[in-house]
Design a protein around this ligand. Structure first.
Ligand SMILES: Cc1ncc(COP(=O)(O)O)c(C=O)c1O
Length: 420
């Protein structure tokens, strides 16, 4: 007898048929009962990463001391190539692991503005991630140029005609997120890149919410610039270094604003003047975070082993199952979908709108399910494609419907009490 999708048996059968199921055991789990649906904030710790970091600390730092720099110095570009080959469709020599996403955005936007004299307008959308909007505002203020902010739909993402209306001959760079942090809306990178190029501008993609979960094809799309973090789906840990991508033919034309010695042609000549290397390393600044870069390498290798296409397939299955259960169980309690329904337009997380989302999320955490809350009234649930089970999704939604039904969330303090 075939099981109904709303039955737990159905979820168990999906787990039994999941070709990636065994990867769950490659992560540290200290609480078997915890359901983790916040992979879009901080990914879990791979066991191989913990072991490799311990080894690097003991042998390479403890034993090798300063001698280890000989091999460490190549890590940022080597690990960048790993990300390029397995996760973001970038040929070698175009990705560097370095700094934070925020700092990389600052570097690349300034470099892109300098490279396009006569064009001084920056374009972004009003639902881009806060740090992106703030950095762009800051650059516009520092350089006295215009930041053109286009309006976007909080649930559906960027509309093509709104973008087109902003694309005038004065636009230098369009800076967008590939997957919207709030709704999970997935932008059509190839199409938008070609629209921006037709207007003579450059495009920068923020990949924080797509890298490691959604296949990215930077070279194929003709993207100019990209940035992304590694602590979400790359599972590299809190504050692990970010990465940046600069298309090979653009590198030599761009000069970043932070003239640090790690971008210098003959670093140890200690020469009087800054003279950056021609390749991607010119976007480096100071001494790289080696332990963090090692964690990025381990996280990327694990994803490469699972295969980004298979991860995406599983992610779509997990999130569409989540949406199905939400439709069936949660709609009567005032929840509505605040993410695109079409699989091809959705990244890796599902956002549910509910007027009391903040307290719902608190109640859910108390019940052992970690998701998160996003303003103004949204509950964000982000499976970790490599580690989340279909039964985790079933159990999480089952707990949520119980919380909604027994109204236990109403006993919690309101969001206002968080602020005051
Ligand atoms: C789209 C996006 N950009 C940037 C960031 C954060 O940048 P940083 O790592 O510099 O704090 C985040 C963090 O969640 C994000 O979601």
């Amino acid at each position: 007898m075939s099981a109904l999708p709303t039955s737990r048996t159905y979820a168990e059968r999906l787990d039994a048929g999941d070709p990636l199921a065994s990867f769950r055991d490659r992560f540290v789990r200290s609480d078997e009962s915890l359901i983790y649906l916040d992979g879009n904030s901080l990914g879990p710790l791979p066991t191989a990463t913990a072991a490799r970091i311990a080894e690097v600390v003991a042998a390479e730092w403890g034993g090798g001391l300063v001698r280890s720099w000989e091999r460490w110095v190549c890590l940022p570009s080597e690990v960048g190539d790993l990300i390029g080959e397995h996760l973001t469709g970038a040929a070698p020599g175009q990705i560097l692991v370095c700094d934070s996403t925020t700092v990389n955005l600052f570097k690349l936007i300034n470099a892109a503005l300098d490279a396009q004299p006569g064009r001084s307008v920056l374009v972004t959308d009003d639902d881009n991630f806060p740090t992106d909007r703030y950095v762009l505002q800051g650059i516009a203020a520092q350089r006295g140029c215009e930041l053109r902010v286009i309006k976007t739909d909080l649930d559906r993402g960027l509309a093509e005609d709104t973008l087109l209306a902003a694309l005038a001959p004065d636009v230098a760079v369009v800076s967008l997120s590939h997957v919207a942090y709030r709704s999970g809306a997935l932008a059509d990178m190839a199409r938008i890149t070609s629209l921006v190029h037709a207007a003579g501008a450059l495009v920068l993609w923020d990949l924080c919410h797509s890298v490691g979960a959604v296949p990215v094809r930077l070279d194929e799309c003709g993207a100019d610039l990209a940035i992304g973090c590694t602590y979400k789906y790359l599972n590299a840990g809190p504050g692990a270094p970010a990465f940046l991508y600069v298309r090979a033919d653009l590198s030599g034309r761009l000069r970043q604003p932070i003239w640090g010695w790690f971008g210098q042609r003959d670093q140890f000549a200690m020469g009087p003047a800054y003279d950056p290397v021609p390749g991607i390393e010119r976007f480096a600044t100071g001494t790289p975070d080696i332990i963090g870069t090692v964690a990025v390498a381990e996280g990327s290798k694990l994803l490469a082993e699972a295969g980004i296409e298979r991860l995406r397939e599983k992610a779509i299955a997990l999130t569409s199952y989540l949406i199905h259960l939400a439709d069936e169980w949660l709609e009567p309690y005032g929840f509505t979908l605040a993410s695109p329904r079409a699989d091809a337009r959705r990244g890796n997380h599902v956002t549910l709108h509910h007027p009391d989302a903040w307290r719902m999320n608190r109640a859910l955490i108390s019940a052992g399910v970690i998701g998160d809350y996003r303003t103004p009234d949204r509950l964000r649930l982000g499976p970790v494609p490599i580690a989340t089970r279909f039964t985790d999704v079933w159990d999480a939604l089952d707990k949520l419907r119980q919380i909604a039904a027994d109204k236990s969330y109403e006993n919690l303090p309101t969001e206002l009490s968080r602020v005051t």
